[in-house]
Design a protein. Structure first.
Length: 324
């Protein structure tokens, strides 16, 4: 039954193994972040940016020697960097392999300094998180100029999604805390790699048989609803505080009277719209993983409001009105 349903709404799996593998990796990694949120290991931004620090002295996993780990990771990182010089004439697949491998070991090299809890402002952190994904979407118009309507819509919605986020960071959101670089790196890599592989999966789907049920137009409609609702509730949040106000308040208006994270709900709808437009395995995997993460994040957000505000109504759910 599941296999039959997938054939109706998802493009056939392309010959390349990288997309199915990354679909699983993306789903597990992003969903794992949601589980971590529920278990109390928060990504350090927004209202949770210093919560873990207050609970512990940060005696987490200790490596025996900084020098030893550098000896382990630096050669692999340099090998990745050297590959761009040794193999300059590459196709897109080889470029992605070299880039992801090099980024992986670069992250490992800088992880030890990150244990000193390097922090940036929330605005700077969010700009860093969203910009690479936006640039990946913008670059796709030049890398894949000869595409069909579906591919054009996928590139457009994905690029506009992150362009909107950048504009909100610059002109809408009011930030009160900081952001740890340790959290910034996985967030940035998640957005960037997901954007790259959504686009790459769509590129590989060119020429494959179309799904029996065409969902690109319902997907576009859902994307518009999602991105509009997300922006509206972000505007409501921004009006809670003046420019110099650092205190959190219980949000009101819109769907905030029903759920504490309606902006997450509409973000999920927007991502569902992108995945329906794409109709690829990777796009759906990214949607499911992100949904599970936002469910975890909204759950702990509701729990935080209950602990901070005595007048916070227990009837207000986390994400889905009257349900969750």
């Amino acid at each position: 039954m599941a296999s039959m349903l997938s054939r109706l709404i998802i493009f056939p799996t392309p010959p390349s193994m990288i997309v199915p593998v990354m679909s699983v990796v993306s789903l597990v990694a992003i969903a794992g972040l949601g589980v971590s949120e529920i278990l109390g290991k928060h990504l350090q931004y927004s209202k949770f940016w210093n919560l873990n620090s207050a609970k512990s002295s940060r005696k987490q996993i200790q490596l025996s020697s900084r020098t030893g780990m550098l000896v382990l990771y630096v050669p692999a990182f340099l090998s990745g960097v050297a590959s761009f010089v040794l193999y300059p004439n590459h196709d897109l697949r080889l470029f992605l392999v070299k880039a992801t491998l090099t980024i992986h070991f670069f992250k490992r090299v800088i992880e030890k300094p990150i244990e000193k809890k390097i922090q940036v402002s929330s605005r700077t952190g969010m700009l860093i998180a969203y910009t690479p994904a936006f640039l990946a979407g913008a670059a796709s118009f030049g890398l894949f100029p000869n595409d069909d309507l579906r591919f054009l819509l996928v590139k457009s919605t994905l690029t506009f999604h992150f362009f909107k986020r950048i504009l909100e960071v610059l002109f809408v959101h009011r930030y009160s805390g900081g952001m740890e670089v340790e959290s910034l790196i996985p967030i940035t890599l998640s957005y960037f790699t997901s954007s790259v592989f959504i686009i790459y999966a769509q590129h590989l789907a060119q020429g494959l048989p179309e799904p029996a049920i065409d969902l690109k137009y319902p997907g576009i409609a859902l994307f518009v609803v999602g991105i509009s609702g997300n922006f509206y509730h972000h505007r409501l949040l921004s009006k809670l505080r003046s420019k110099d106000d650092r205190e959190y308040k219980v949000p009101k208006g819109g769907l905030f009277d029903l759920v504490i994270c309606p902006h997450y709900l509409f973000e999920i709808l927007g991502l569902l719209g992108i995945s329906l437009t794409a109709q690829t395995l990777y796009a759906f995997s990214f949607f499911v993983g992100t949904t599970l993460y936002l469910m975890g994040r909204s759950y702990v957000t509701r729990r935080w409001y209950l602990s901070q505000f005595k007048d916070f109504s227990k009837d207000v759910k986390a994400l889905i009105p009257s349900a969750f």
